[in-house]
Design a protein around this ligand. Structure first.
Ligand code: SAM
Ligand code: SF4
Length: 377
């Protein structure tokens, strides 16, 4: 469906847990244990019910996220169940990769359409510093998982959140050796991300353009970013070398802009969430592990779908007797089709009211105070 600004909303990110086996400094350095009770987290069948309603409203693409989604038992089977929902076209996963290899068979069997692996550095010592990982083989394990997934024919992307010292050149080596896109994401001032200095993709791109003067922008938007990074004259010298056909190539559905480096199997992407405001073409909404439908990263605006799922009376209204643990709706035996209709209605209203744009540039206007691990990225 379209929101009130005419944007087609067809992409839903679903955070299935707020727990994680890492403690990334910008995400959840102190851990989350104890903050969300087990019973407050939606059961898989509750997520599926929401997804069926979302599909009726036009959601076509799903991303399973977290916390770390692979720490929740049954994640692969859940992906299989999502794939079977009528109207859903793609189901992808984002993971820190530590448990990916052991889940690969099950994910392939479930029919996962793509996997994003988050990896901010290839240096083992840096990796431990950034992620809080106490083991020794984190980078090796994640790298092995990336390559294993690519070899199984899965569409794999490596996502790196940029911060001071991000080693762009070593990270893009993954794209040289394998058909894997490597993407750089600007740090967003959400949760602990606020404590980090401004990260600007244009600086990274300018560095890359120095090293790879034969780099090709894959789209008008990529050319635009290059223009901002290196100036008009140099940007057009990149563009002139390449045919219009290549420049207008479509690569992915999301906000990333891509560059091709000759000899590399994968592309290099940039997601400029802060400096490249792509809100006018935003197609996404987010569902937290506790069932809150978020319509923009920046604001606490949205709808409490868990309340709809668990606290409804037979006449379709919210139950005054609801105990907050989902018992009321069930014991009152509310009509299930009514509940589905109400779910759809509440979601439709939330989507219609999706904010026009984020306000990262004026953080005091942000009303979202959750950590990224609770939101799902
Ligand atoms: N644990 C999984 C992972 O790391 O991919 C899924 C959840 S994680 C919250 C999803 C994505 O959000 C990761 O790529 C992570 O790097 C990114 N992320 C977390 N905090 C961020 C921030 N402040 N700015 C930009 N990206 C962030
Ligand atoms: Fe865990 Fe992902 Fe957050 Fe890192 S970014 S702490 S891996 S949820």
């Amino acid at each position: 469906m379209k929101d009130c600004f005419g944007r087609e909303i067809d992409y839903l990110r679903i955070s299935i847990t707020d727990r994680c086996n890492l403690r990334c400094r910008y995400c959840m350095p102190d851990g989350m244990s104890g903050k969300v009770c087990h019973e407050d987290v939606l059961r898989y069948e509750e997520f599926l019910r929401i997804v069926r309603a979302a599909s009726r409203l036009g959601i076509r693409h799903l991303k399973v996220t977290g916390g770390e989604p692979l720490v929740r038992r049954g994640c692969s089977a859940f992906i299989g169940a999502l794939k079977a929902v009528e109207g859903i076209q793609t189901v992808t996963l984002t993971t820190n990769g530590l448990l990916l290899r052991e889940n690969l068979d099950a994910l392939v069997q479930a029919g996962v359409d793509g996997i994003n692996v988050s990896l901010d550095t290839t240096d083992p010592q840096q990796y431990r510093l950034i992620t809080g990982d106490s083991g020794t083989g984190g980078v090796e394990e994640v790298s092995a998982a990336v390559f294993a997934a690519a070899e199984r024919g899965i569409r794999v992307k490596v996502n790196a959140v940029t911060m001071p010292g991000t080693d762009v050149l070593s990270l893009i080596s993954y794209a040289r050796e394998h058909p894997v896109d490597v993407r750089f994401i600007e740090m967003m001032p959400i949760g602990y991300g606020r404590l980090f200095p401004d990260s600007d993709n244009r600086r990274l791109l300018a560095r890359l353009a120095e090293v790879f003067p034969d780099m090709e922008p894959e789209s008008e938007a990529a050319l635009e970013l290059l223009l901002e990074a290196v100036g008009r004259k140099r940007a057009f010298s990149f563009a002139e070398r390449h045919s219009q056909e290549r420049i207008t190539k479509k690569h992915g559905e999301g906000p990333a802009v891509y560059f091709r480096i000759p000899g590399y199997q994968g592309s290099v992407g940039f997601i400029s969430a802060v400096h490249g405001k792509f809100c006018s073409s935003c197609n996404r909404i987010r569902l937290t592990s506790t069932g809150f439908l978020k319509t923009c990263l920046c604001y606490d605006q949205g709808a409490d779908l868990r309340a709809v799922l668990r606290e409804m009376t037979p006449d379709g209204g919210p139950s005054p007797e609801a105990d907050g643990r989902g018992q009321a709706g069930r014991t009152l035996g509310c009509a299930e089709p009514d509940r589905d209709l109400r779910l759809e209605e509440v979601m439709r209203a939330a989507i219609l009211n999706k904010p026009a744009a984020h306000c990262f540039e004026t953080p005091d206007q942000m009303t979202e105070h959750h950590e990224m691990s609770q939101i799902g990225g």
